[in-house]
Design a binder for this molecule. Sequence first.
Ligand SMILES: NC(=O)c1ccc[n+]([C@@H]2O[C@H](COP(=O)([O-])OP(=O)(O)OC[C@H]3O[C@@H](n4cnc5c(N)ncnc54)[C@H](O)[C@@H]3O)[C@@H](O)[C@H]2O)c1
Length: 410
Amino acid sequence: MRLGFIGAGFVARFQAMAIQQVRGLEIAGILRRSGADALSSWCRQQRLGDAKVYDSIGELARNVDVIAIYAPNYARVAVMEEIHAAVMGGARSRGVIVEKPLGRNMVEASRMVALAREGGLRTAYFENQIFMRSIRTQREQLQPVARTMGPLTLTRSAEEHGGPHEPWFWDPTRQGGGVLLDMGCHSIAVGRYVLTPPDKGLTFLQPQSVSADLGLLKWGQPKWRAQLLKDRGVDYGKTPAEDFATGMVTYRNPETGQIVKAQFTDSWMFEKQGLRLFMDGMGPGYAFEVNTLVSPLSVFIGDAAAEAIADQETALEKATASRGLLAVQTNEADLYGYTDENRDMLEAFSAGRDAMLDWAYGLEIQRLVMAAYLSAERGRTVDLTDSATLRELDSYIPAIQQGKGAAQLL
Ligand SMILES: NC(=O)c1ccc[n+]([C@@H]2O[C@H](COP(=O)([O-])OP(=O)(O)OC[C@H]3O[C@@H](n4cnc5c(N)ncnc54)[C@H](O)[C@@H]3O)[C@@H](O)[C@H]2O)c1
């Protein structure tokens, strides 16, 4: 399958590393943008494909089977409109992948779904955490226990690090919010997946309510605000975004009526070694726990040797320390689920199906994330069984996303 990349930044490089581990996928093209030439030569060196750099989306679409959108959130709809136009004009592409989030709000996310449908494109919504081997293996291992004892009733999911790498992530008007949209979408999705009985569909559990609380706990403080302005050009005194988000999504099992809960916690103010994904789950008499900072490999770098470190991020994504006892992950693309989401997409698209997580599923996650913003903004629990609330969410743009988060966060 000939794959084309739109976006050649952080996640595109991660996905290329994942594709090294997938047979049958070739990186055939990359849209000309910053990072494209460097990624293209790396792909060729690794024999991942020609990775030809194309000047336009139309040209890319004429030369690849599947297009992967790895561009910033604010460019989603414009990029998809060009893909749609190319496909309607007879271009060869038949499938489209998008990294999370599907859009910045429901209006954008719905537009993405509509454009893909009109273009007759197969879709894959890349939510890597659902493909983490640890998450899938605990489901398999615990399935017989769950069948006998009853399903998991509580899960807690967290993604935390010290803050994103590019300025646009920090700007709520371009990214769409702060850490809740950026990483809460992962935790909310994986929480729902973990609670869903393995023999049921992904949207089997019915969302009942969402309550959330947002904070600007570190990057709103004068010292850190000044650093953010200097390093990223974003002024959190004027247009702040949340660096901490927590909340609870309550679901109902439609067959048994049982209520189950998924708690999420996400932050850009995590002061530990680097990125940590943490998930746990409680069932009657059994449990599981995942912590990606626990690695079988650690290295020690003393003060005298710390100057010699070339790049601490080769050991761990978003690494914050370069000395002491450090955790090293040897295959992060696989650990975080990037490899298997590509495998699933390849298998599904080759068979003429949507991927396990399609864009309609991405829209479901978008709705839950928007409900969390609404809950925090209004200071109340959002009832997802109320049709007027669901209608409101369809056009809701969080105040933080509008650049008006000061009253809420400062
Ligand atoms: N699954 C994950 O854990 C994960 C991790 C990081 C990023 N992401 C998602 O991936 C997407 C990209 O993030 P990133 O970290 O790679 O960002 P990035 O800023 O590092 O890279 C963005 C790339 O897109 C290109 N670009 C910018 N504007 C464009 C436009 N208008 N049209 C086409 N290309 C454009 C840039 O030149 C760059 O190559 C985001 O939506 C982000 O949410 C997901």
